[in-house]
Design a protein around this ligand. Structure first.
Ligand SMILES: O=C(O)CCC(=O)C(=O)O
Ligand SMILES: [Fe+2]
Length: 276
């Protein structure tokens, strides 16, 4: 499969500039984990802004933002929640401020000569994922995928990209947890598309590694890295997992607006067996 099984999990400090060691780890394994990038107050402000924005959008009867459908479900108490909230930073002042603070800027050097940019109003923008196991939940896990495959369906082309995960809850196998296949970002396009025999399913892989993160951590991964989110074995509060993804992309600037049309890719989503 071309992924490295001699893998030792490591976490790093995010400073003003990435170290050679950090870049080497990323090049080899396809992701980097930085604890404590957001303070507990920062985490709280963003979570509060999510509920505020959700209540506003639900009161307005919103079903999409800039042509990207909202993935809606029910929380433990029966209230409506947005499981997948695209363009989140356009609806959250603290998140927008975090993104523009420059704290994440060093990560943009990870793609070498490519010069990716953090985007807030292109593609799906910053995506707030909210998983919870309840009878009304429609978002409990995510099958194996690479984010670049999504790009291919979306735009018909694959350019290198980063997805910068920002954790708002502690995350481990208790509430599902991100599983990555270290090193799979180095595979060729053909493998990116077809090599994983169980594409779109959520079965465990013997080489998968669990990302154990705390609220406030940042975990950035390469767009070609295979990953999935397992379903929590618990129901209710213990299963809750909130994590945002900030894309850093290359290529032409194509901003979305409220007049943007829903892409066929999004229309097909509800009929696919799994969600990715
Ligand atoms: O929830 C996660 O940590 C991963 C989400 C993900 O893979 C995605 O949104 O593409
Ligand atoms: Fe993903």
């Amino acid at each position: 499969m071309g992924y490295n099984v001699n893998f030792q999990y490591r976490k790093f400090h995010l400073g003003d500039k990435l170290t050679e060691e950090q870049v080497a780890f990323f090049n080899k394994y396809g992701f980097l984990h930085f604890p404590g990038v957001l303070s507990p107050e920062g985490v709280k402000a963003i979570i509060d802004s999510y509920y505020e924005a959700t209540n506003k959008l639900m009161a307005e009867g919103a079903t999409q933002i800039n042509g990207v459908p909202l993935f809606l479900g029910k929380d433990i108490d029966g209230s409506k929640i947005i499981h997948r909230f695209p363009f989140f930073s356009l609806h959250s002042k603290p998140m927008h401020e975090f993104i523009t603070s420059g704290k994440l800027k060093p990560l943009l050097s990870l793609l070498g000569s490519y010069k990716p940019r953090i985007v807030e109003n292109e593609k799906d923008g910053v995506v707030f994922n909210h998983y919870v196991n309840t009878p009304g939940s429609k978002f409990k896990q995510m099958g194996w995928h690479t984010d670049s495959i999504r790009d291919l369906f979306y735009d018909g082309k694959v350019l290198p990209m980063l997805n910068i995960g920002v954790y708002l809850d502690d995350s481990s196998e208790t509430n599902g947890g991100l599983r990555v296949l270290p090193g799979t970002h180095n595979q060729k396009l053909f493998q990116l598309l077809f090599k994983k025999a169980y594409f779109l399913n959520g079965k465990a892989d013997k080489n998968e590694k669990l990302v154990v993160a705390k609220a406030g951590d940042v975990v950035v991964h390469h767009g070609h890295l295979w990953h999935r989110v397992a379903e929590s074995p618990y129901i209710g509060e213990k299963s809750r997992r909130r994590v945002m993804y900030i894309p850093a992309i290359c290529g032409k600037f194509i901003p979305k607006t409220k007049d943007s049309k829903t892409k066929l890719y999004h229309k097909l989503r509800p009929v696919t067996k799994d969600w990715f």
